[in-house]
Unconditional design. Structure first.
Ligand code: GCO
Length: 466
């Protein structure tokens, strides 16, 4: 079985993780700049995409990659999030998009990839309605400015990971732990911002297309015969997946979602209130979006747990230290026989298939899904002959593509697949220790070297089969 000729094979990046020049060329600060200064790694120069983009785009082309996910750094355009414009930043993305087209690469552009401008972050990020308004203005500016160069837009990347990492797990600034109210409110804030941006985009009649990207992690009961585990997995799913799928695809929160969220918040002394007018915007956007982006890396097996919150984020990369026990939700545990990455992420390609089937059944969503990220993060080095033999990455991608094909065969409309990442890029919690790239970035020289997976992917793209 082959992929259709219109199936898009691409690769993905994000501005802050690859550009470097984080505080120069007129770029405004983001919360990460100050936060990383206290730690052991910085996002400068990352992969120096600010200067190396012609090299990266040419390499992508040589390896048959005709679609690239890129994000715009909001604070490169509006250094303070709103108000004054930084023309150098505006021009930079014109250069990148034009170069993409010169190389025959279609840019798929994300407006927000974990990088709210500091000025807005300090005033509450997406907990503050002002950030929603500023985001919509920024989005609108980009739609108009780049309308001749960009045909595929995504508003946000990974709403749940932002919210949980900022307000539950505490590993993204402002590093707050176990505040589920804030996490839920910020997800809602981003969904309203997404909806308003989609509606403005559509009201102006741009010829391009627009959607949003969610990181979806399939949840299974640890013991499928245990009703407590079944309930725990369901709750975890509602918090991390269904809340956002409802908002995106229904434009409202289902009774089941609201009931679970309220129960969870009651237990954690929290609450969730929203303006009913938001629902009208969300409904309109749900009708108008053109596609859904799905990042998929891992699934979770969830066991019933009624103890206190205890979350250890395995940022260091050492196996065996990751814990997720959330009061009222459950406990995510390892499962015998299922392999894990160096970061204890369960490698479970069937989870991608199950999630695709679920979206198409539960939401009767037929407009099309892009797998906007999938890939294997690992510790790796390059040998003297510049060979990186990343068999395990090839195996990871091949297995996911196989399950993806099965979903397509069974009727799910999947429009494309993007490997995370094109080249090795900076990792938010792991610095330069965790590599995902098809191309090896030699950080000291900023040279790129194709890994075995790049040659393999080139063949997949050419033959349209695994
Ligand atoms: C990391 C993460 C990221 C994400 C990406 C999400 O190691 O920092 O894995 O690279 O995958 O930013 O969209």
């Amino acid at each position: 079985m082959k992929f259709n000729s219109d199936f898009v094979f691409g690769a993905a990046t994000a501005a802050y993780q690859c550009e470097g020049e984080t505080r120069t060329h007129g770029k405004g600060k983001v919360a990460w700049d100050d936060y990383l200064e206290k730690g052991s790694f910085q996002a400068d120069k990352a992969s120096d995409f600010y200067h190396q983009y012609p090299v990266d785009l040419h390499l992508a082309k040589q390896f048959g990659i005709k679609a690239l996910r890129i994000s715009i750094a909001w604070s490169r355009i509006f250094p303070d999030g709103e108000g004054e414009i930084n023309q150098e930043g505006v021009d930079f993305y014109h250069h990148v998009f034009r170069q993409c087209h010169k190389e025959g690469i279609e840019p798929y552009v994300t407006l927000h990839h974990f990088d709210t401008p500091l000025a807005l972050h300090e005033r509450g990020d997406f907990l503050n309605r002002e950030t929603i308004d500023a985001f919509v203005k920024y989005a609108n500016f980009c739609f108009e400015e780049y309308k001749d160069e960009v045909s595929y837009w995504f508003t946000f990347n990974e709403v749940w990971p932002i919210a949980t990492n900022q307000y539950i797990e505490g590993v993204f600034p402002p590093c707050i732990t176990y505040d589920i109210s804030k996490a839920v409110a910020s997800m809602h804030g981003m969904m309203v911002a997404h909806a308003k941006a989609v509606n403005i985009f559509k009201s102006h009649g741009y010829k391009g297309k627009i959607g949003i990207i969610h990181s979806l992690e399939t949840k299974y009961p640890y013991d499928p015969t245990n009703s407590d585990d079944i309930r725990a997995a369901k709750k975890d799913d509602i918090l991390a997946n269904q809340f956002l799928l409802d908002a995106t695809l229904l434009g409202s929160y289902s009774e089941e979602t609201l009931q679970t969220i309220h129960e969870l918040l009651d237990l954690n002394h929290g609450s969730f209130h929203y303006d009913k007018r938001d629902i009208a915007e969300m409904k309109e956007a749900a009708n108008q979006i053109d596609y859904l982006g799905m990042n998929y890396y891992q699934s979770h097996f969830v066991r019933y747990y009624d103890g206190e919150n205890e979350i250890v984020h395995n940022g260091t990369g050492e196996k065996g230290t990751k814990k997720f026990k959330l009061k009222g939700v459950g406990e995510r545990v390892m499962k015998e026989g299922i392999p894990t990455t160096d970061w204890d992420w369960l490698i479970y390609p069937k989870g991608m298939y199950d999630m695709l089937m679920r979206i198409s059944k539960q939401y009767a969503f037929t407009k099309g899904i892009y797998i906007t990220e999938n890939g294997l993060g690992k510790k790796e080095s390059i040998d003297d002959d510049h060979v990186v033999d990343d068999e395990s990455r090839i195996d990871y991608i091949a297995k996911h593509l196989t399950w993806l094909l099965k979903a397509i065969q069974e009727g799910v409309y999947v429009k494309g697949y993007f490997v995370w990442s094109l080249m090795d890029v900076f990792s938010w919690s792991n610095g330069y220790n965790k590599r995902y790239g098809l191309f090896y970035t030699d950080y000291p020289t900023q040279k790129r070297y194709p890994k075995a997976s790049a040659y393999w992917y080139k063949r997949v793209i050419r033959n349209r089969e695994i």
